[in-house]
Design a protein around this ligand. Structure first.
Ligand code: SER
Length: 324
């Protein structure tokens, strides 16, 4: 059977990059990118989908004979706190729609991203294990923790092959995050390259698990390619990249920009960050499907700076214009 992939949330930080990797893997015509808003400049097949509308997802699945779904749409941790009930509604409704459509249409594989936001005070802060107690502090985290259990339920009850990773904060030059607590770690590189001051919304010693975009994409594709019988965890897999604090990334950036100035102005996101792990134990992912990160803080920093310099040289100062 020909693989046809539907990506829901293809305009987002991860979606935009994952979409082009999936196009390379399966062929441009076999990847259907979708999001709430049309992407006029998109090179490939694009459909506008509001993932809260189950009929619209069904239409697209039928039209293209979709065989795999990557459900990336969600309201993230910081943004989600503005409207908790709406965030719960959107994050859960879109997931239920994807799970139900997948079950009814015999979708071969589904990808559902979870997050380090599922962990709260009940989990150890260091080397947080895969099976730690989950008591998330944000509505986003609650929706991801519930989503993981629903993913497992659909696997156990219906045999639906849903796979999931708990992403750390994702750092990439290709796209911008929106509404997350780890977003500072992308913004800081833009400010450094633009030779501007950076106002950091976390305290300088707030260590969080982070991961470079290339590692995230590779992890996702490796998980999805792994033989079904190797996937022993049907809630979600921890993956680690690299852990660092704002002070550590600043000192790395100052090796390239010695005059880089940072003001620490912690806001409500500090409390969210403080409830999250500082480092992640990913031994289950490494045992089951061979996960191993490649990028450390130094290689992330040199790559981010080099790529952003190239982008700003050719583009405008408008961050939106830098999106893929
Ligand atoms: N990067 C996300 C956030 O900060 C965590 O999954 O909300």
């Amino acid at each position: 059977m020909k693989t046809v992939v539907l990506i829901i949330g293809a305009n987002g930080q991860l979606g935009s990059v994952l979409t082009s990797s999936l196009q390379q893997k399966f062929g441009r015509g076999n990847v259907i990118a979708s999001d709430l808003r049309d992407d006029k400049g998109f090179n490939g097949v694009f459909e506008v989908i509001d993932a809260t509308d189950v009929q619209r997802i069904q239409q697209v699945v039928t039209q293209y004979n979709v065989t795999q779904i990557y459900h990336l749409a969600a309201i993230l941790s910081a943004k989600g706190e503005e409207t908790p009930l709406q965030t719960w509604d959107i994050n859960m409704k879109t997931l239920f729609n994807v799970l139900e459509i997948s079950r009814k249409n015999n979708i071969e594989k589904v990808f559902f991203p979870s997050s380090i936001a599922v962990f709260g005070e009940g989990a150890s802060l260091h080397e947080t294990p895969n099976d730690a107690y989950l008591d998330p502090s944000t509505v986003y985290g609650i929706s991801k923790a519930a989503g993981e259990n629903w993913a497992q339920y659909y696997f156990l009850r219906y045999g639906l092959d849903v796979r999931s990773i708990r992403y750390p904060g994702v750092i990439g030059y290709q796209s911008l995050p929106g509404g997350g607590t780890t977003d500072y770690a992308v913004d800081i590189y833009h400010k450094a390259v633009l030779k501007e001051e950076f106002d950091c919304f976390l305290k300088e010693d707030t260590t969080l698990p982070m991961i470079f975009m290339d590692d995230v994409i590779r992890a996702t594709l490796e998980l999805m390619e792994a033989p079904k019988e190797n996937i022993k965890i049907r809630t979600s897999y921890n993956i680690a990249g690299i852990s660092f604090s704002p002070a550590e990334v600043v000192s790395e950036i100052r090796k390239l920009y010695p005059d880089f100035k940072v003001n620490y102005r912690p806001d409500f996101r500090q409390e969210i960050a403080s409830s999250w792990p500082k480092s992640i134990n990913d031994s289950a992912a490494s045992r089951d499907w061979g996960w191993k990160p490649e990028y450390d803080l130094e290689s992330i920093t040199t790559t981010m700076v080099q790529k952003l310099k190239e982008k700003y040289k050719t583009g405008s100062k408008n961050l939106e214009a830098l999106m893929l």
